[in-house]
Design a protein. Structure first.
Length: 382
């Protein structure tokens, strides 16, 4: 277990233990909603939180919450970071359903040879020809992460966002930058390593097969059919309703919403959306409106990521009881973002959680917050 996971687990244990041992009698929807909103308001009391959004929806529990902090209008769009990975994976799934691609196809079938030449070199052996679409989707390719891995020279992208704030990155430049500055981790299919590099490649495959830009494909296949009028790809498109500037995004005290270097967050990030739009998407995905049952089942074939955490095809699953035995036996399925963004469904609670704290320091704490809400809902549903 890595240090990051240990910190998350310790925080969850501390945050939830008291709740687990406090008696909570079953209450009506309005009472549990009050408790959820109170917990949200306490969370956003931290000095580092400038704006935040929360939606909690559960038909079976009668919960319907759409709260904001620091922003008057809940329809204000916000940067969702890695939540885009679920959208990219869903687009691939839709292309699988239309027989345009297979999950286990080699990526060399769809991407230019010069782009992926020597993409995966490990101990002098070229593994590029072995890479499949599935390897990219579930982070088992062994490719490095240009965002946060240690480069062989220079700086990684997380640093360059701030040192070169005006630079606009193309997808091809991102792949070349990765090949020139990072080393592969392991042979394809033999381990797990979370990397945005894979999702740049997936978005390029989507462009190849649809004849559309990645942003246009999202709009045509997902946003328009679901009525997601406030959703778009940062620096690449605009929302169909043409309203509302993106809520300010923070990295500690630095406001980073206007950085052109955020163009590097593409395919695996860069999605701008609202809590309502994210709920529309996640509920449509879960309820079978976007992909077939067979494709949804394959997307939910999980690879172990860390204790209590698993990764499917653009989907992360948290098993609370595996994280700590006193937690309820419930799961979250969806995705998180480095900005404290979240889009999850709990099958056991029949509840959707979408929103963000719009602050990179909340990369861990947003999960602790969601666990608190799940414990409350679980106790109330007994």
């Amino acid at each position: 277990m890595n240090k990051e996971t240990k910190r998350i687990l310790l925080g969850i244990i501390v945050a939830v233990t008291v709740i687990c041992y406090q008696p909570l009698k079953a209450e009506g929807p309005s009472k549990i909603e009050e408790k959820i909103i109170k917990t949200f308001n306490k969370e956003v009391g931290a000095e580092t939180i400038h704006n935040a959004f929360l939606s909690v929806r559960s038909k079976s529990n009668g919960i319907g919450i759409n709260e904001t902090y620091g922003v008057d209008d809940p329809t204000t769009p916000f940067y969702t970071a890695s939540l885009a990975k679920t959208f990219t994976a869903t687009l691939v799934g839709m292309l699988v359903d239309s027989k345009k691609i297979g999950f286990h196809d080699k990526i060399s079938k769809y991407l230019p040879g010069d782009l992926i030449a020597e993409l995966h070199i490990l101990d002098g052996v070229d593994h590029t020809s072995k890479l499949t679409v599935a390897h990219l989707l579930n982070h088992t390719s062994g490719l490095p992460d240009y965002f946060e891995d240690e480069p062989t020279q220079g700086a990684n992208m997380m640093t360059m966002l701030f040192t070169e704030p005006e630079r606009v990155w193309t997808p091809e430049e991102l792949i070349e930058y990765t090949k020139e500055n990072f080393k592969s981790k392991f042979a394809p299919g033999t381990a797990f390593h979370y990397t945005d590099t894979e999702y740049v490649l997936l978005a390029l495959i989507i462009e190849k097969l649809t004849g559309l830009s990645y942003a246009q494909a999202l709009s045509e296949y997902i946003f328009q059919p679901l009525g997601m009028k406030a959703s778009y790809i940062n620096l690449h498109s605009k929302p169909s309703d043409g309203i509302a500037v993106m809520a300010p995004l923070y990295a500690e005290e630095a406001e980073i919403s206007t950085l052109k270097s955020l163009s590097a967050d593409w395919g695996g990030g860069g999605l701008v959306s609202t809590s309502e739009d994210l709920y529309r998407f996640m509920s449509a995905l879960v309820e079978g409106e976007l992909v077939t049952e067979a494709t949804w089942e394959e997307m939910n074939q999980y690879t172990p990521e860390s204790k209590g955490t698993y990764y499917g095809y653009g989907l992360r699953k948290w098993n609370l009881k595996e994280l700590f035995p006193i937690l309820p036996d419930v799961t979250l399925i969806g995705h998180s973002g480095s900005t404290g963004s979240f889009m999850y469904y709990s099958p056991e609670l029949d509840t959707y959680f979408t929103g963000t704290f719009n602050q990179t320091t909340m990369i861990r704490d947003h999960i602790k917050f969601l666990v608190k809400l799940m414990v409350m809902i679980k106790k109330n549903s007994k």
